[in-house]
Design a protein around this ligand. Structure first.
Ligand code: ACO
Length: 150
């Protein structure tokens, strides 16, 4: 059994542990100040960004996280929700934790009357896509980004 809930200030250490593992999964890292800023902005009522964690009811420890944000759209009068980061501890996977975190975001999106939720992942992340094709539909888009300035 798991409980999903919004993070509170006291969750920083465990949230950071999970976020660092997520970044490692993408062979990435971020400066401490960026991670701290992300966490604290997710608690700030003036910033449309949130973070939730999954807690194991057996151990009481966080085992997964999701970070998501809301933005305006030129194609709708309603905002959209972008799910930025999703991570489940390796030893806790394939037990429905990832799906429960996504369902939590869906419920929050509905409660804000911004039901459209989208996200992206690497084309090579087949494991995540096995979950995503069950909770969503493939959007058939590719992402481009600006070249880094030299
Ligand atoms: N074979 C068959 N089915 C599989 C396999 C597999 N090898 N792997 C996963 N699945 C299916 C399962 O059948 C399951 O569906 P079901 O519950 O209907 O049977 C589904 O995929 C997995 O669902 P969950 O158990 O809810 O997901 P989990 O808790 O394992 O978390 C996650 C999935 C978040 C992708 C996890 O593997 C993870 O953290 N991976 C590393 C980080 C990552 O890839 N994050 C997502 C990046 S994209 C983003 O952040 C928006």
């Amino acid at each position: 059994m798991i409980e999903i809930r919004d993070v509170t200030e006291t969750d920083y250490t465990e949230w950071l542990r999970l976020f660092d593992l997520y970044l490692q999964f993408y062979n990435s890292s971020l400066p401490e100040e960026v991670k701290k800023s992300t966490f604290y902005r997710s608690l700030d009522y003036n910033v449309p960004m949130w973070s939730a964690i999954a807690i194991s009811s057996e151990t009481g420890r966080p085992i997964g996280l999701v970070n998501y944000l809301r933005h305006v759209s030129t194609w709708s009068t309603q905002d959209k929700i972008y799910m930025n980061d999703l991570y489940v501890d390796e030893s806790q996977r394939l037990q429905g934790v990832g799906k429960a975190l996504i369902d939590y975001v869906y419920a929050k999106a509905d409660s804000m009357e911004t039901p459209e939720v989208y996200w992206c992942t690497s084309t090579s992340n087949h494991r995540a896509q096995l979950l995503y094709c069950k909770v969503g539909v493939f959007a058939d888009k590719v992402i481009y980004k600006r070249l880094p300035s030299s």
